[in-house]
Design a protein around this ligand. Structure first.
Ligand SMILES: Cc1ncc(COP(=O)(O)O)c(C=O)c1O
Length: 412
């Protein structure tokens, strides 16, 4: 379609006065409703854990035993390697950075705040809230390219080997936000084994989408803690997860998993911050899901709701843009998770987001998937299809694709 015809179509969209939101990866209300039964499984007659613990009271920092047992399996670690937290894994990640920053970790006596600079490697595109934590602590972020196998390991290995101020790295290992890529076994092994100049280097392994498959053939993911132990770096990795996109996004439970010394370190500092987590919510989760088969069946019900939305986005992108090459565009086809990562022609992402916004389609800010909000090629846009209704998704994607074409032709 020539540019003037596209602009005419765009003007028609503008006059429709739409208000469509594809910004954040929130579950839709049909997904939340899948877990409504959870609100009825803990009652005034039955609020004790299996070992008799009164879940209404203080205490039990590690989590109730049945929650540790079930969610250790969920996180693929031993129960002793897991702590069950409050409603947000992001809080755990923030506080873990804060504890390294304020108090050091088990592999160093020097707190990060006492160093001239602290640096983190950030696979890009990545999750904006990880980057916001770094910004909050004044941690310098170094972007490393994300590939379909994981972060560019040549870059990662060179950076961590050379610089003792590189203290950490973010990693969403499975169905990454926003690309949907899963780290290959070979990359997990290299991350576990690579020499680092900093003895207290940590990988923040945010496995937020571990069980969030969109097909019957899930991506496999190697056991990073086992690989780190085998490589002689048992303390290298901090694992995080939650049920935010399993049960209720605002009222799930979160997990920290790591080596024994790391768990003891986390317990020591954490128990100075809290007398214990919400055990009633842990009990609710265990009673509702029962076991991993229960969780897997529940995740299949989520997929049945959201897969048609992903399919609609991908179908319409294909109809409008072909394989994208005519417009310098490309996008990922995720096998799980919550996002599709879209690359416009270089220099066009901010233009596309602005055009879409004027036509009533709110997209995540261009640049949000990069540290400091700066996408050097101004091309990446994160598409979040889960929240809007299917008909809205279809309309929003059609408009988005029109904006991609207009920007590509206008910015030629
Ligand atoms: C990669 C990733 N980690 C963590 C979170 C938030 O997790 P939580 O709700 O457990 O704080 C999100 C939410 O979008 C996410 O995409």
């Amino acid at each position: 379609m020539p540019l003037d015809a596209l602009v005419k179509r765009y003007q028609q969209y503008k006059h429709m006065g739409l208000a469509l939101d594809m910004t954040r990866g929130k579950p839709c209300s049909d997904q939340l409703a899948l877990s409504d039964g959870m609100l009825d499984v803990v009652t005034s007659a039955d609020f004790r854990a299996a070992d008799g613990t009164d879940c209404r009271n203080y205490g039990g920092f590690d989590g109730i035993p049945e929650a540790r047992a079930l969610f250790a399996e969920f996180m693929q670690v031993a129960p002793a390697e897991l702590l069950v937290g409050g409603n947000s894994s992001l809080t755990l990640m923030h506080d873990t950075v804060a504890r390294c920053y304020l108090h050091s970790n088990v592999d160093s006596d020097v707190a990060w705040r006492d160093l001239p600079e602290v640096k983190f490697l950030c696979p890009v595109p990545g999750y904006d809230r990880h980057f916001a934590i770094c910004e909050n602590f004044g941690i310098t972020m170094i972007p490393v390219a994300m590939t379909p196998d994981g972060p560019d390991m040549e870059q990662v290995e060179a950076l961590v080997a050379a610089d003792p101020l590189v203290k950490g790295m973010w990693m969403v290992p499975k169905y990454q936000n926003p690309t949907g890529y899963t780290v290959s076994d070979a990359v997990v092994k290299r991350l576990a084994a690579m020499p680092t100049a900093a003895p207290d280097f940590r990988i923040f392994w945010d496995n937020a989408y571990a069980h969030h498959h969109l097909s019957d053939t899930p991506d496999p993911l190697a056991d990073v803690l086992a690989e780190c132990k085998a490589a002689g770096h048992p303390n290298r990795v901090f694992l995080f997860g939650s049920t935010s996109k399993v049960s209720f996004a605002g009222s799930g439970i979160s997990f920290f998993a790591a080596s024994g010394p790391n768990v003891a370190w986390m317990r020591f500092h954490g128990s100075r911050q809290s007398i214990g987590p919400d055990k009633l919510n842990q009990l609710r989760h265990v009673r509702f899901f029962k076991d991993m088969d229960g969780i897997r069946a529940h995740m299949a019900r989520h997929a049945a709701i959201i897969k048609p939305k992903f399919d609609a986005v991908l179908r319409i992108l294909g109809e409008e843009l072909g394989d994208g090459s005519a417009y310098g565009a490309s996008w990922t086809v995720p096998n799980g998770g919550y996002f599709i990562s879209f690359d416009t022609k270089d220099g066009c992402a901010a233009h596309v987001v602005a055009l879409a916004s004027e036509a009533g389609v709110k997209l995540t800010e261009a640049g949000a998937t990069f540290p400091y909000g700066e996408d050097p090629r101004d091309r990446n846009i994160r598409i979040a299809p889960t929240l809007p209704a299917l008909a809205e998704i279809e309309q929003a994607t059609r408009i988005f694709a029109t904006c991609v074409k207009i920007a590509a032709l206008e910015d030629a």
